[in-house]
Design a binder for this molecule. Structure first.
Ligand code: UGA
Length: 430
């Protein structure tokens, strides 16, 4: 056997060597089996540590969870209950956001049941979101703190409430921030959307879904005004690309599962309780604080322009979309027939240049802005937007009524009452 084991070298040496090696092998085997036992022991120790850790984690997750419990469920059920006959029961995602807050209030005011969902992230000052949440709470709208990527939470909400509609407004917004944090757009606008649609398609009954797309999907389109029939395959920013992807993802769920979906292409929405990252808002803050504002200018010194749309007009478009949304045709993940798929522009149809926006703000604030005019950086911006709203007009009865002058006046009034900023001395001369 030794020969078989060590067949190569002749003579005694061979045997001696074989014995020596044999002894070494025994020692080695003995130490290997000890090591093996030690390894087993260590593995067992690690495994029990890990399972203990995960027990601790899950119990602390349970104990610290911002959702769950009987009181929580009661609040959800009460908030979801409509107070008018035939009222809807709507899950509003991004409810502590700008558009989400206004839509939730409008629905509640007319007697629909509304449950909000928001992750209160810090893309902009979360205290503004908390203030909106408090306002919603005082009007009977409960906002759950959670993320649209949380399947368990979404499933729990649908298990508690047979939502008739989902108004999906949670998103990573902002065109230029996509350069800094691309992953956040994929997380919210793609992964989050898919997670939500997965839960919606499995729900029984399936809700009808109305959600926020964006005017930015028109990207490099130069044909004005922008029509839903125009090309949208040349996005200028990752933000736009994720919104365009959303239009295609919702189409897939519509096609496979019979989910009724309506995508709304919002055109630069502004107004009270707005988003601090947007130009009209940050300009107001800087003007009042005497800080300079940066005004971008397009190629050949052409002013940039936006089809700024007032929040109340947008809310009417959202509510009309919910009211005209047909029921989803599937149930429990199975399609039973073709379902409605719609895309609408919700704009104002009258673009205003950025310098004109600044002029209006200066007048309302009675303070002259310190303008720094620079060429538009190549970071996803488009030179202009202009909505054709004929489809929304015909099918939703959508008709914007607030121009930028009036809308900004309302915004400034809210801004001053909310932040209480006093204009600095040396106000507007003229
Ligand atoms: O309509 C839309 O789809 C989009 O509208 C806005 O995007 P944007 O139009 O870029 O709005 P602002 O960030 O408020 O910018 C408005 C205009 O002011 C300009 N601007 C912005 C910031 C700045 O410091 N200076 C400046 O001149 C921009 O170039 C743009 O022309 C929103 O931020 C997006 O979330 C939304 O999807």
């Amino acid at each position: 056997m030794e020969e078989e084991l060590f067949p190569s070298t002749p003579g005694k040496v061979k045997i001696e060597r074989a014995h020596t090696i044999n002894r070494q092998l025994h020692r080695c085997f003995a130490s290997t089996s000890t090591m093996f036992l030690w390894a087993l022991f260590l593995i067992a120790l690690t495994a029990s540590y890990l399972s203990f850790q995960s027990f601790v984690d899950s119990s602390s997750r349970y104990l610290n969870a911002s959702w769950g419990g009987m009181q929580w469920e009661k609040q959800i059920r009460e908030s979801a209950a409509a107070s008018r006959p035939g009222g809807m029961s709507v899950l509003v995602t991004g409810a502590a956001g700008f558009v989400g807050t206004h839509v939730s209030l409008a629905l509640r005011r007319r007697g629909d049941g509304v449950v909000g969902l928001d992750n209160f992230n810090n893309y902009y000052d979360p205290s503004l979101k908390k203030a909106r949440q408090a306002m919603l709470q005082s009007r009977g709208v409960f906002v759950v703190e959670g993320d649209i990527n949380d399947t368990r939470l979404l499933a729990r909400l649908f298990a508690l409430v047979p939502f008739t509609h989902v108004m999906h407004l949670a998103a990573q917004a902002g065109v230029r921030y996509a350069i800094e944090n691309p992953a956040s757009y994929v997380h919210s606008n793609i992964a989050g959307l898919v997670t939500l649609l997965e839960v919606c398609k499995s729900a029984d009954p399936q809700p009808a879904v109305v959600w926020a797309s964006s005017s930015s999907v028109y990207g490099l389109n130069e044909k004005v005004p922008f029509s839903e029939l125009d090309r949208t395959d040349r996005p200028a920013s990752l933000y736009a690309a994720t919104k365009k992807a959303g239009e295609e993802i919702t189409h897939t769920y519509n096609h496979i599962y019979g989910l009724s979906t309506t995508g709304l292409r919002f055109f630069t929405v502004y107004g009270p309780w707005g988003r601090p990252d947007m130009a009209y808002f940050s300009f107001t803050r800087n003007i009042l604080q005497g800080k300079p504002i940066t005004v971008y200018r397009g190629k050949d010194s052409v002013d940039l322009a936006r089809d700024f749309t007032y929040i109340d007009d947008i809310v009417k478009g959202c509510v009309a979309s919910l009211d005209t949304a047909e029921k989803s045709t599937g149930s429990g993940g199975r399609k039973r027939g073709p379902a409605q798929y719609r895309i609408y522009n919700l704009g104002n149809t009258s673009p205003v240049t950025v310098p004109a926006l600044v002029n209006i703000l200066e007048r309302h604030l009675k303070v002259k802005a310190k303008k720094k005019v620079v060429e538009m950086p190549g970071n996803g911006d488009v030179p202009f937007t202009h909505a054709n709203i004929s489809f929304a007009q015909a099918e939703l009865g959508y008709k914007p009524t607030t121009n930028l002058e009036i809308g900004l006046k309302k915004f400034v009034k809210w801004y001053l009452s909310y932040y209480g900023y006093k204009p600095r001395s040396g106000g507007l001369a003229a």
